[in-house]
Design a binder for this molecule. Structure first.
Ligand code: PBG
Length: 343
């Protein structure tokens, strides 16, 4: 017998736990799989892609390693690839030639703009994949704001009028889902009415309902070319990161105005908002794992500081655990490959 008998015995632990040992369910892979509550599936993924003019063009985005701006022909190829993986939908964002940008974001209404050409080309390929288009003026304005400006002010109602026309142009080019990301008041209802009046009653609206004025959009603004031109910040229309009740009011209004799906953005720093929205409204709820979140994971992985693949999967599972029905993520094709192999 050892000179010092253990202070802690199995009987002690049994006394403490009364037989409830939680590690039993973790002891083997089969058991862990059996008790897993949430899961991530390819059906939960929406892939945001960036478009650029030209043919055969793939331009790396420096602040988003692994992400490229694609010309329309390349985007069609990626759409085919995404459809083959089973990714349900793409979200399209344009890098507009600076020469085409003006104060009023006129190019947003051009039926031949990059987004419209991409929608038509991808639709022509006859793929089983949904096309989500962003409604907001920022990729088209010289000042980089999502709305029309009068001096320093972002005009709400005048902007909404233009957003309705932008949405119609996109739907006529083949967009399946209109996703207003501008945060003007009343835009969901106005766009719904405009779509219905034009006979597009089946076009869905995915509202960027709780969109925060966030530092995590930096790399996206590089990708669409607005980071250098943006005048001031977006705090008069995007939400204050300090607020949660206000997110519920935004979602409530968007649903009342006709939104089919709602979104919380950014993602990981706002998991509490996703949970509150899902618990309160029980509607299809999406998270946007934004460019800065992507960049953080990739940069840390490239430095060897974290296991990038595991961090990516863990971050996406966290959205599901918080109640999200799906996630917009730049990791979509990578994750889909992994999930497909894991079968
Ligand atoms: C703008 C828009 C932004 C994003 C999507 N749509 C940026 C912004 O509000 O400045 C960000 C997406 C990302 O960071 O990945 N309408």
């Amino acid at each position: 017998m050892s000179s010092h008998s253990p202070r802690v015995t199995s009987e002690h632990i049994d006394d403490i736990l009364g037989g409830r040992r939680l590690r039993r369910n973790r002891r083997a892979d089969w058991a862990r799989r059996l008790v897993q509550e949430t899961s991530l599936s390819i059906n939960d993924l929406i892939w945001p892609i960036f478009l650029v003019d030209g043919h055969g063009v793939r331009q790396p985005v420096a602040s988003m390693p692994g992400v490229e701006r694609l010309s329309v022909d390349e985007a069609v190829r990626e759409a085919e690839y995404a459809a083959s993986l089973g990714i349900p939908a793409l979200a399209l964002f344009p890098y507009t030639d600076p020469a085409l940008r003006d104060e009023a974001g006129t190019e947003a209404l051009n039926a031949e703009n990059l987004i419209c050409r991409a929608c038509r080309a991808i639709k022509q390929a006859g793929l089983d994949i949904g096309l989500i288009t962003d409604v907001a003026l920022d990729p088209y304005t010289s000042h980089g704001h999502d709305g029309l400006m009068a001096g320093e002010r972002i005009l709400n109602d005048e902007t909404v009028d233009q957003l309705c026309r932008q949405a119609l142009v996109q739907v006529e080019a083949g967009a399946d889902v209109i996703a207003p990301s501008d945060m003007m008041d009343g835009r969901i209802g106005a766009i719904r009415r405009a779509l219905d009046e034009a006979g597009h009653r089946d076009t869905q609206i995915m509202a960027y309902s709780a969109k925060y004025a966030s530092a995590f959009y930096g790399p996206f603004r590089d990708a669409v070319g607005t980071s250098k031109t943006l005048v001031g910040d977006k705090r008069t229309y995007q939400m204050d990161p300090a607020n949660t009740d206000e997110a519920l009011r935004e979602v409530e209004l968007d649903l009342a105005e006709g939104a089919d799906m709602v979104m919380v953005k950014p993602g990981m720093p706002y998991l509490d908002i996703i949970r509150r929205v899902k618990d309160t409204f029980s509607v299809p709820t999406y998270a946007y794992q934004v460019s800065g979140e992507y960049a953080m994971i990739v940069a840390a992985a490239q430095n060897g500081w974290i296991d990038g693949e595991r961090a990516m999967l863990e971050s996406l599972l966290a959205f599901r655990r918080a109640g999200a029905d799906g996630v917009l993520t730049y990791f979509a094709p990578k994750v889909a490959e992994i999930l497909r192999r894991a079968r």
